[in-house]
Design a protein. Structure first.
Ligand code: DGJ
Length: 539
C-alpha cells in the first residue's frame, strides 16, 4: 500500500509542471499568409507601451504608473526583467519584481511582454550582474581592432552563454510556475537591441579563429535550400562571390566590413537561438529579438551592427530558427520604408518600440491595417503627464473596439490601412465592386487646419465586411466611394458613427448632411477618432 501511494505520489509529482500550464498558451499561428498571435485562443493585437528602462526596477515608482497606462487604453505592457537584479549573487534568484508586475498587470486587466535584459542591452552588457562584470577572465568581452576591450560580452564564449542561459531559463521556469495557468505573459523578447560596436566584428581570439574557419555547414545549407527565396542583400553578397558552398567567410562572402558583419550576426544569432531553445524548453512562449535600425549611409561598425537588421535578416533566420520574429525599433523617419523591409520573407511585423511622439496614433492605424501588425508600442509610455489627452490612447480606444474585425477579415485580404501626410497622393484601392479613394482630411481645403504649414499625420483602416458594407476607423481622413463599374455610380444608404461593446455594434449618430457632405464622402476630422459603419448602393 505504502509503495502504491509512493508511486501515485511520484506520478502526481511528475505531472505537476504540466498541470500548471493551460491548454490555451499564447502562441503564433499561421492563417493563410498571415501570422496571428493567439491569446486565450483568440487572435490578439498588442495595443502596448514599453516602460522606460529603469521604471520596472522599483515597485514604488511603478505604483502611479499603472493608472496612467490604463487611461491610455493599453491592453499590454512591455516591461524589462533585469539580469543584475534577478541574479545579484550567482545561482541565487529573486523574481519579486516580476511577481509584482504580474500582479499589477492582472489587476489592471493587461497582458505583459517581458524583455530579457541579459547579456546584451543596446549592444552593451550593462545589465549583467556584478559577478559577471568583475570577472572578465571567466566572462570575456569583445575586443576592437586595436585589442581594446569594451563592455560587451563576446558571443564566442561558452561561459557567457551558459551564465546568461541559466538565468533566462530560471526566468522562464518561474513564469511557468506563477503564470502558466493565467497566461498574463504572452511573449518574451530575448536580449535587447543586440549590436556590435565600435567595429563590425569582435577581434577576440576565439572570434579570430572562427573567422578563418569554413562558414558553418548549417548556414551554407540554409543558403542552398533557400537560394530562390533569399532577400536581395544576402543573395547578392553570395552571388558576387560565385555562390560558393565552402570556404571561410571571406571566400564565401568576399572581403570587407559587410562580411565582418555577416560573420558577427551569425554568431549573435546562434547564441540567441541557444537561449531561446533553452527558454522555450522551460516554458514555451513565443520569442522575438529587436533591432536598433541602422542610419542609412553609415558603415558596419559605425552603427550597432550585426543585430536583426533588414540587410541580415536571412542570417538571423538561419542562425536563430527558435526565434519567432525579428522586430524593428522605430526611432528613424520613413516608417513605411522600414515596415516594408521587416515584412519581407513572411516576417510578421511586431513593433516593440516606437518613439513616443506626434503621429504615432496615425501610424498605429496604418500598421495594424496595412501590415497585419501584431504589436504596437510607444517607448517610455509612462512619460506623459496627461494620459487622458494622449492621441495614442484615443487611437487605442478605437483599435480595441475593431480588433476583432481586423483579425477576422485580415486573412481574407479585406482590411486596408492608410497613412497620409501633407504631400501624400490620394490612396486608391478597389475592393469588390467599389473603388475607394482615401485622402488627408485637410485636402478638403475648408477643414480647420488646412491652411497650416504643418499637417498632422492622418491614418485609418477600412474593413470590408460584406459586398456593400464597410467599417472605417481612424483620424484625419476623408474617403470617397465610386462604383468599379464604368456605367454605375455609388451612393450611401447610411453612415453611422458608433461603437463596439463586446464586439456588438451600437450605432449612435447618423452621419448625414454636413457630416458626409450631403452624401459625398465619409469623413473623420483630424484630432477626432471614430468608427463609422458605411452601407453603400450602386445606381
Ligand atoms: C532603444 C532601446 O531598445 C531602449 O531600451 C531605450 O534605450 C531606447 N532606445 C531609448 O531611446
Amino acid at each position: 500500500m505504502k509503495s502504491k501511494l509512493f508511486t501515485i505520489g511520484i506520478i502526481l509529482f511528475c505531472l505537476r509542471p504540466n498541470a500548471q500550464v493551460s491548454s490555451n498558451m499564447p502562441r503564433l499561428v499561421k492563417t493563410g499568409n498571415y501570422v496571428q498571435l493567439l491569446v486565450e485562443n483568440k487572435p490578439f493585437l498588442v495595443l502596448g507601451g514599453e516602460l522606460g528602462n529603469s521604471s520596472a526596477s522599483s515597485n514604488e515608482y511603478m505604483r502611479p504608473v499603472w493608472p496612467t497606462l490604463k487611461q491610455m487604453n493599453l491592453n499590454t505592457v512591455i516591461a524589462p526583467v533585469y539580469w543584475e537584479l534577478v541574479e545579484p549573487i550567482e545561482g541565487r534568484f529573486n523574481f519579486s519584481l516580476v511577481d509584482t508586475l504580474l500582479r499589477n498587470a492582472r489587476l489592471n486587466k493587461m497582458k505583459l511582454v517581458l524583455l530579457w535584459f541579459g547579456a546584451w542591452k543596446n549592444s552593451m552588457s550593462c545589465y549583467t550582474p556584478a559577478w559577471v562584470k568583475l570577472n572578465s577572465t571567466r566572462f570575456p568581452r569583445i575586443l576592437d581592432k586595436t585589442g581594446n576591450p569594451h563592455e560587451i560580452l563576446t558571443p564566442f564564449n561558452k561561459n557567457n552563454l551558459e551564465a546568461d542561459s541559466k538565468a533566462f531559463v530560471k526566468l522562464m521556469e518561474h513564469i511557468k510556475q506563477v503564470d502558466g495557468k493565467q497566461n498574463t505573459v504572452i511573449i518574451v523578447q530575448v536580449e535587447n537591441e543586440i549590436g556590435m560596436l565600435p567595429d563590425a566584428r569582435t577581434y577576440d581570439e576565439a572570434a579570430n579563429a572562427a573567422f578563418s574557419q569554413p562558414v558553418p555547414a548549417a548556414l551554407i545549407s540554409f543558403l542552398e535550400k533557400n537560394k530562390d527565396r533569399l532577400l536581395p542583400e544576402i543573395k547578392s553578397a553570395w552571388e558576387k562571390n560565385g555562390y560558393k558552398t565552402s570556404g571561410n567567410w571571406e571566400t564565401v562572402f568576399g572581403k570587407g566590413l559587410s562580411t565582418d558583419e555577416i560573420f558577427m550576426s551569425w554568431y549573435y544569432a546562434v547564441f540567441t537561438n541557444e537561449l531561446a531553445v533553452a527558454g522555450k524548453a522551460a516554458y514555451n512562449l513565443p520569442m522575438y529579438v529587436n533591432a536598433a535600425l541602422n542610419r542609412p549611409g553609415r558603415k558596419p561598425g559605425e552603427y550597432p551592427s550585426a543585430g536583426p537588421l533588414p540587410h541580415i535578416m536571412d542570417i538571423w533566420k538561419a542562425g536563430a530558427p527558435a526565434v519567432d520574429l525579428l522586430a524593428p525599433d522605430f526611432y528613424n523617419p520613413d516608417f513605411k520604408h522600414w515596415c516594408d523591409l521587416y515584412t519581407r520573407g513572411g516576417n510578421p511585423l511586431f513593433i516593440p518600440e516606437i518613439r513616443f511622439e506626434n503621429g504615432i496614433d496615425a501610424k498605429a492605424f496604418f500598421a495594424f491595417g496595412n501590415y497585419n501588425c501584431l504589436a504596437f508600442s510607444p517607448f517610455s509610455i509612462e512619460s506623459t503627464e496627461h494620459p487622458e489627452k494622449e492621441p495614442i490612447g484615443k487611437a487605442y480606444n478605437i483599435l480595441k473596439q475593431v480588433s476583432h474585425l481586423i483579425t477576422t477579415y485580415q486573412p481574407a485580404g479585406a482590411v486596408n490601412g492608410f497613412l497620409l501626410e501633407k504631400d501624400s497622393l490620394a490612396k486608391e484601392i478597389t475592393t469588390g465592386s467599389y473603388r475607394i479613394t482615401v485622402n488627408h482630411e485637410y485636402k478638403l481645403g475648408w477643414a480647420a487646419g488646412a491652411k497650416d504649414d504643418n499637417w498632422p499625420l492622418a491614418g485609418g483602416i477600412i474593413i470590408s465586411v460584406a459586398p456593400d458594407e464597410f467599417y472605417v476607423a481612424g483620424t484625419g481622413i476623408v474617403i470617397t466611394f465610386a462604383s468599379a463599374m464604368t456605367n454605375k455610380k455609388a451612393g450611401f444608404i447610411s453612415i453611422d458613427e458608433g461603437k463596439f461593446e463586446n464586439q456588438r455594434w451600437i450605432p449612435r449618430r447618423r452621419m448625414n448632411g454636413d457630416q458626409d457632405h450631403q452624401g459625398r464622402h465619409v469623413r473623420i476630422p483630424g484630432k477626432e477618432y471614430s468608427i463609422q459603419h458605411v452601407k453603400l448602393y450602386t445606381y
